[in-house]
Design a protein around this ligand. Structure first.
Ligand code: SF4
Length: 469
């Protein structure tokens, strides 16, 4: 049994409201445990006092996710995978984004290797207030030579601090790579029916996570995972094989579903994160590289949705990477929490006392759309994001989260003074909030102009309506 409500978690806490966890009450702390923003170790009485030892052990068991969480790498950029409790995002949320690792090979020229690693490390895309980034580098032992592999791993580790996957079925090659990055917690790929004993020993000796691999054979995969778990290896990732086309692709998809369903339903022997290998698209006999990239993106999308926790990819073309990044970000956005920016007054460009003053809501998608429509047209202005709990303009007006009082409150809380910082005492409001015009004139004691319904029309609207007469 798992628990999923603060009230259930509260029963296991000391219930003294001592505040040592930084929360005013044990119930508030229980909420943090449930949404995973807090951990049991943050409650000193629970951890230190002997009388709570049994409750602590029970609580940790009840809070542990169905799918084991595995960490690859170290430090801020370490990649957390797995850790989910549900099959469908709307039932709770998915916690750890699918991690995208890109391959390099140990037979690449050194300059090309370094350039590609830099490309992986530097790739970024600004999207609703955050940078979307790539997650790691998978170093393939194409040479089969331990010394060459170790040299390539060294060069990669010198170039980036992103987490690494070391890829070879030869234990001697893996060991050579591990020696170079033994303090960086790389993921070993992979143990299979032929090498499991040696690779398992490496995972134990170096205390690193490891992939167990069995192509389209879930019984063998489960046996490998069970054998490793019994040997004391806890950080396991499953590779049921990724076949890029035909019936093999259909089987791959079915295998991913079966593994995750079994894990969520409580089969602990297979409740581990799953590795997908969309880069196998490049082995499908597709001659045109653009078409291979396209197929790799299709496969990555498929296994982002069902249920790849980590992927190895090849194509670095923006037309392949950007859709993958956006899909991952969308699937792993918490549906319980609207994406929001801080409620505040923002400068767009270099506004002066003559510049217009707009407001919108703090729903991130709305805010960045408006900001982008204004900035890309070279309009310098003041843009107030009113805190509506991350709800867009139309819904916020209808739901009462955007009212004249809320807008006045937002102006008051900002360090912007409509009467002093501009010389026109005018506010341009979104067309979708036109019904607030009268109330706003009263509450702000300002001239209120109703802007267009769509921020894309602000430039045309400005030509006709600004400066105010
Ligand atoms: Fe409750 Fe523990 Fe927080 Fe104290 S530290 S308020 S006992 S949860």
């Amino acid at each position: 049994m798992k628990i999923n409500s603060p009230l259930q978690a509260y029963k296991y806490l000391p219930q003294t409201n001592c505040g040592e966890c930084g929360e005013p009450t044990c119930m508030a702390f229980a909420s943090k445990l449930i949404d995973r923003s807090g951990k049991t170790a943050d409650c000193p009485p629970l951890v230190k006092e002997k009388k709570f030892a049994k409750k602590l052990a029970e609580l940790e068991g009840l809070l542990a996710p169905e799918i084991r969480e595995v960490i690859i790498g170290v430090g801020e950029k370490a990649a957390k995978i797995g850790g989910d409790d549900v099959l469908y995002r709307h039932k709770l949320t998915f916690f750890n984004k699918t991690k995208m690792f890109f391959d390099v090979a140990d037979n690449m020229e050194e300059a090309a290797l370094v350039e590609r690693v830099k490309q992986i490390a530097d790739f970024r895309k600004f999207y609703v207030g955050n940078y979307l980034l790539l997650d790691g580098v998978a170093v393939r032992a194409a040479s089969g030579d331990p010394a060459k592999f170790a040299a390539a791993v060294k060069k990669v580790a010198e170039t980036t601090d992103l987490p690494l996957i070391l890829c070879s079925f030869d234990p001697a090659v893996l060991k050579a790579g591990l020696e170079v990055v033994k303090d960086k917690n790389p993921l070993l790929y992979a143990a299979n029916k032929d090498n499991w004993k040696e690779v398992g020993e490496l995972a134990l000796e170096y205390k690193v996570p490891v992939v167990v691999s069995a192509l389209n054979d879930l019984d063998a995969l489960k046996t490998l995972a069970k054998t490793f778990a019994e040997a004391g290896i806890q950080d396991i990732v499953l590779d049921p094989g990724t076949v890029p086309v035909g019936k093999g692709l259909k089987n791959t998809f079915t295998n991913f579903l079966k593994i995750r369903r079994a894990g969520i339903d409580g089969d602990v022997e297979i409740a581990y994160p799953i590795l997908a290998l969309p880069f196998t698209a490049w082995m499908a006999g597709i001659e045109d590289p653009v078409s291979a990239s396209y197929w790799e993106t299709v496969m990555a999308s498929m296994f982002t949705i069902r249920y790849g926790d980590i992927m190895i990819l090849h194509s670095m073309e923006p037309y392949a990477v950007l859709p993958e990044m956006h899909l991952v970000d969308t699937i792993y956005t918490d549906p319980r929490t609207p994406v929001a920016v801080d409620g505040a007054m923002y400068k767009v460009g270099s506004p002066t006392a003559d510049s217009p003053v707009f407001f919108t809501t703090n729903f991130a998608l709305t805010y960045y759309t408006v900001e982008s429509d204004i900035a890309s047209n070279g309009i310098d202005c003041w843009l107030l994001a009113v805190d509506t709990d991350g709800i867009g303009v139309e819904a916020a007006v209808a739901g009462g989260q955007l009212t004249a009082d809320k807008v006045k409150d937002a102006f008051d809380k900002s360090d912007f003074d409509l009467k002093k910082d501009v010389n026109h005492n005018t506010v341009i409001i979104p067309g979708l909030s036109a019904r607030l015009q009268g109330d706003l004139e009263d509450s702000l004691s300002a001239s209120i102009k109703v802007g267009p319904m769509d921020s894309g029309r602000i430039p045309g609207w400005m030509e006709k309506n600004w400066p105010p007469q």
